[in-house]
Design a protein around this ligand. Sequence first.
Ligand code: NAD
Ligand code: MG
Length: 299
Amino acid sequence: MTTQRNLTREAQRNDYPTPPFPEQPQAAPGLASKMIPRPDHGEQHYRGSDRLQGRKALITGGDSGIGRAVAIAYAREGADIAISYLPEEESDAAEVIALIKAEGRQAVALPGDIRNETFCRQMVHSAAEQLQGLDLLVNNAGRQQYNESIRTLSTEDFDATFKTNVYAMFWITKAALDHMTQGATIINTSSVQAFNPSEILLDYAQTKACIVTFTKTLAQQLAKEGIRVNAVAPGPYWTPLQSSGGQPMDKVMAFGASSPTGRPGQPAEIAPLYVTLASAECSYVSGQVWCSDGGTGTL
Ligand code: NAD
Ligand code: MG
């Protein structure tokens, strides 16, 4: 019976949308609600099994994409959740807050710009205060704006990408450690771009490599305190990051075509890695980068 159900769920995965996708430009940061087709964050099918019962999680960029799928999965595994996001993403965030509450878990909304150090500190302390603790941090928010050449890549763009993807992770993690004790876990979202960079992502790919090194060094520092630090490296996933300037529109319309599966991953397909890394069952896993790229075999 169980085997039959698993086979059926596997077959559903094979029905996930394949390119070509419609033209759908959005201004950054973009909304999941405007994507065609709508991404699958696991809303209809993720089933938890108490793997994160009673845990308190802060997920940056938890309004959409991979962060939303992680928020849904963590809530269904029994965690209380705070999500951070940009104010212009309020409508996406409201959907996630409702989904977390529907599981009977506490949901905290923290809009603001993480390129600001003061906001990062206040945001983390507010999450810990409202959740009455903090023992899971998912540094997942990210900025990706493609640019064809170093000659046209401005200092402002370079700075915004590093502030969002690298500095904010540093500030948020530092603040979170004020609240974390033995058993706490930090998970950072890197990318296959850290290992196989695209020529049009000069700034973004560098930040994703920084995240790998940050993860490996911090894992060594915090091991003695019993705090684990890991990273996830997604391949191509169907999220607003890509259609709001992350790729040229012709690449968005063919997104995932070059992966061996011939389609992009859906956020629901990567959330289980974040659940497993967060779970106490993985108590000897730290300083690692787990990849999910649809068969390319990046790592
Ligand atoms: P997404 O657009 O759904 O999520 C990114 C989130 O980052 C946004 O929702 C936004 O809330 C947040 N964010 C961006 N700038 C911010 C700022 N200044 N202040 C506060 N929040 C800010 O897209 P996603 O693809 O789910 O991205 C999540 C992570 O996955 C990112 O780190 C991204 O680099 C990484 N990633 C994505 C892919 C992919 O193909 N989608 C591949 C590899 C890595
Ligand atoms: Mg978003």
